[in-house]
Design a protein around this ligand. Sequence first.
Ligand SMILES: *Cc1c(COP(=O)(O)O)cnc(C)c1O
Length: 384
Amino acid sequence: MNNPFPLEKLQKIQTPFYYYDMGLLEQTLNVVKTESQKYGFVVHYAIKANANLRLLEAIRSFGFGVDCVSGYEVKKALESGFKPSGIVFAGVGKSDWEIELGIENDISCFNVESVPELEVINEIAASKNKTISVALRINPNVNAHTHHYITTGLEENKFGIYQWDLERVTNAIKEMKNIRLEGLHFHIGSQITDLDTFKDLCIRVNEIQDWFISQQLFPRIINVGGGLGIDYYQPDTNPIPDFAGYFKMFKTFLKVLPNQEVHFELGRSLVAQSGSLITKVLYIKEGVQTKFAIVDAGMTDLIRPALYQAYHKIENLSSVAPEEKYDVVGPICESSDCFGKALFLPKSARGDFFAIRSAGAYGEIMASQYNLRELPKAYYSDSI
Ligand SMILES: *Cc1c(COP(=O)(O)O)cnc(C)c1O
């Protein structure tokens, strides 16, 4: 499948900007819906990946819920028309106002990570005469084999309740009158491309669930988080992740009790391939050993390469000349403001348009105004 860039139209727009392929987004959401419904799985979209309103509209139209990690995200989800019953709220450090906001709006579930947090939720819920559903985020100590900054399911990470602490936590919940233990929650990391990792997760979840059952606790929801990765190297060959294989893994290896729901919180895999950052070459600068293509987008527009050494495929949309080797760098006053080193691209010149691919997740949403730059705007394939 080829991702078509309407260059003539794009050239009329002030760079840099995000460009979203709405057709691909719809196709992706369609596959997610079809494959998850085969097994009755419930999908929430992790809104932190991208909170662009057009994208949220599309996601909502498919009936998915939302996974939020801040009160601002809860607000945004409500404002963009998601039902409170489809909103869950996770996060290791929720402020009191964020908890209040969730409680007042009757969101479906808080994913809770510590006893002190449970105490605050219980207290606020009591003051409002409500009983709140919580899922315990448990750190399953499963290695996601991904970049260490986006690994979250190991005991050395700050996330989740550690297994050796479970008894203390469940005992505490028994004393809390305004809290109902509704589910178990796991999220082991992001950009996971080896599906066997999810098999490891299932096996650990089964063990943990067995412990709960032995305590006469029967969680109604098993939430296995998100983390499914995408192909940053070949976005045109693999525009849609292997959702069929992914959901099948859970169907095969996760032990599900009667009447139990299995929930997912997918972020990147839903939106990443639909977005590209479009930028223009300002100058070609010849270094001693290196030729630099200096573009007008910077780490302020897309920080993943600078922050995680992430790879994004870069294409020159304007040139079909023989390839040369370039470092593609931005204008920001930081050496890490580099989108890729020693890349082979068609011979490039001032004014050429580049597409930095697979930028639909953790791109626009992580943009900053460092150097007092303006935030990048967004354009859509169905309306340019
Ligand atoms: C970030 C996050 C997700 C989504 O992760 P992806 O890798 O984008 O799928 C899901 N759940 C929680 C709790 C998260 O923090």
